[in-house]
Design a protein around this ligand. Structure first.
Ligand code: IMP
Length: 419
C-alpha cells in the first residue's frame, strides 16, 4: 500500500498542483487535507490550463478526489470546480468529508476587517476567510458540512449565534442559509467518510496521493508566525486532515522551487528586489494564482530548505521551475546564515533568528540560452539537462542531504525529468 504526501517546502506556490497531477496518474484517489480556497493549484494538461482551489489538482489525472476533514470548504467554489473537473474528466468522482468546516460569507468579511484593523502588521491574507473560519472551528462555533443537512431553522440559529459573538451586523442571513442549502443539495451525493475510503483503497493495494496546500514555512506552528496561514501544512497533517492513521502516509515527497517566492507579508531572508527580481517574476509569471498579487522573489534558501525537509521527513525532493531559472546569467544560493556572529546551517524559524539572519551566498553559473526545447529535455531525461543545471541540482542535493528524484521542466504534467 502506498500513501504519498506531497508537501511544499517553502511558502507555497512550489508547483505542487502540477507535481500532484504527475504523481496521481496511477493513483486510485487524490486527497486534499488542509487549507481551503486560499490555495491555487495550477496545472497544464494537454495544453489547457486549470486553476483549482479546493479540488486537488491531481483530480485531473486520477479521476477520483477527496476533500478531507482538515479542509475549509467554500461550497460555492467547490460546486463550480466540481462542474469544471467533471467536464474535463469523464466519470470524475468527488468525496467530501461531512466533518470539513464551511467557510461562510461572514468569514470572508471578517478576514478583510481583521486585516484592516492591523495596519503595519497585516498578514496579507488571501481574504478567502480561512483565518476566521479556523477561529470559529477552534472556538467550537463553526459550521461543518454535516450541519448543513440539519433543520434550516436550527442552522439559522447557529449562524445567528456566530454573528452575535463576533459582534457584527449581517442583514441577509436568509440569503446565506438559502444558498448554503442549495449547494448542499448539489453536493449531497459526494458526502462520504474520506478516511474509511482511503483505508479501503489502500488495503486493496491502491496508491493514494495526499496533495498538500501552502507550504511548510506557512505552517501555523512551524512557519514564520504570525505571518502564516491557519492550517497545519506539514506531512503530519495529511493523516489527521484526511482521517487516517500516520502509517498510511508512508512516503513523503517535498516539493521545492529552484528559487524562492512569497506572497503576503513576513520575513524572507533571501528576498531580492530590482532588475533580477523583475526578470524572474516576469519570466516565470510569478503572480498569485488566487489573488493575482505579484509574488516576492528571492534566491533559494538552504537553511530553510534543510529545516523544511527535516520537519517533514522528506525522503525525496521534486525540484520545480528549473526552466524559469534560465532567465538569469548567474544564480545565487544561500548556503547558511550568520546570526549574531554564529553560523546557522539549519534555520530554527523563530522571529528572532529570521530578523537577524544575514544570508551567506555562493554563486553558480546559469544555463541561459542552453535549452531550445524544455519538453524535449523531459523526454530525453536527466542527461539532456545543461551541465550547469545538473551542477545546480546536485549542489542542492548534497547541501540538503535529500535526493532530488524529479526535476520539473515546465507547466505541462509530462514536463518532468525522473532521475
Ligand atoms: P490566508 O491563508 O489567506 O489566511 O493567508 C495567510 C498567508 O498565507 C498570506 O501570506 C497568504 O499570502 C499566504 N498563503 C495562503 N495560501 C497560500 C498559497 O496557496 N500559496 C501561497 N501563499 C499562500
Amino acid at each position: 500500500m502506498t500513501g504519498i504526501a506531497l508537501i511544499g517546502l517553502q511558502w507555497g506556490d512550489e508547483g505542487k498542483g502540477k507535481v500532484s497531477a504527475y504523481f496521481s496518474r496511477e493513483a486510485r484517489l487524490v486527497v486534499r487535507f488542509n487549507g481551503g480556497a486560499n490555495a491555487g493549484h495550477t496545472v497544464k494538461l494537454l495544453n489547457r490550463v486549470y486553476r483549482l482551489h479546493i479540488i486537488p489538482a491531481g483530480a485531473l489525472t486520477a479521476g477520483r478526489a477527496a476533500v478531507g476533514p482538515g479542509v475549509y470548504v467554500d461550497l460555492e467554489l467547490l460546486s463550480r470546480e466540481l462542474e469544471e473537473v467533471k467536464e474535463a474528466r469523464n466519470g470524475f468522482r468527488l468525496y467530501l468529508s461531512p466533518k470539513a468546516h464551511v467557510v461562510l460569507p461572514i468569514h470572508k468579511h471578517l478576514d478583510g476587517e481583521l486585516e484592516k484593523k492591523r495596519p503595519g502588521s497585516a498578514i496579507g491574507t488571501t481574504r478567502r476567510g480561512i483565518g476566521p473560519a479556523a477561529m470559529d472551528k477552534h472556538a467550537r462555533l463553526g459550521v461543518r458540512v454535516e450541519d448543513l443537512t440539519m433543520d434550516e431553522q436550527l442552522l439559522k440559529e447557529r449562524i445567528k449565534q456566530m454573528i452575535k459573538i463576533h459582534n457584527i451586523t449581517w442583514n441577509n442571513l436568509d440569503n446565506i442559509v438559502e444558498k448554503l442549502t442549495s449547494y448542499t443539495h448539489a453536493l449531497a451525493d459526494t458526502l462520504d467518510d474520506v478516511g474509511l475510503r482511503i483505508r479501503r483503497e489502500m488495503e486493496g493495494g491502491g496508491k493514494i496521493v495526499f496533495e498538500g496546500a501552502q507550504g511548510t514555512l506557512l505552517d501555523i506552528d512551524h512557519g514564520t508566525y504570525p505571518y502564516v496561514t491557519s492550517s497545519t501544512t506539514l506531512a503530519s497533517a495529511a493523516a489527521s486532515g484526511s482521517g487516517v492513521g500516520v502509517k498510511h502516509i508512508n512516503k513523503v515527497i517535498g516539493v521545492a522551487k529552484a528559487y524562492a517566492t512569497r506572497v503576503g507579508s513576513g520575513p524572507f531572508p533571501t528576498e531580492i528586489t530590482g532588475e533580477t527580481a523583475e526578470l524572474i517574476r516576469g519570466y516565470g509569471g510569478e503572480y498569485g494564482a488566487t489573488t493575482g498579487r505579484p509574488r516576492r522573489i528571492g534566491w533559494l534558501d538552504l537553511p530553510l530548505l534543510r529545516y523544511a525537509a527535516n520537519l517533514n521527513d522528506a525522503e525525496k525532493i521534486v525540484l520545480t521551475r528549473i526552466d524559469t531559472l534560465e532567465c538569469v546569467e548567474k544564480i545565487k544560493v544561500c548556503v547558511c546564515y550568520e546570526v549574531d556572529g554564529r553560523r546557522v546551517e539549519e534555520a530554527q524559524v523563530t522571529s528572532y533568528e529570521l530578523m537577524k539572519a544575514q544570508p551567506i551566498y555562493v554563486e553558480l553559473g546559469g544555463w541561459r540560452g542552453k535549452v531550445k526545447n524544455w519538453s524535449r529535455v523531459a523526454e530525453e531525461g536527466y542527461g539532456a539537462l545543461p551541465r550547469e543545471a545538473r551542477r545546480y541540482i546536485e549542489f542542492i542535493e548534497e547541501e540538503v542531504g535529500v535526493e532530488i528524484s524529479h526535476v520539473s521542466t515546465g507547466p505541462e504534467v509530462g514536463d518532468m525529468v525522473e532521475r
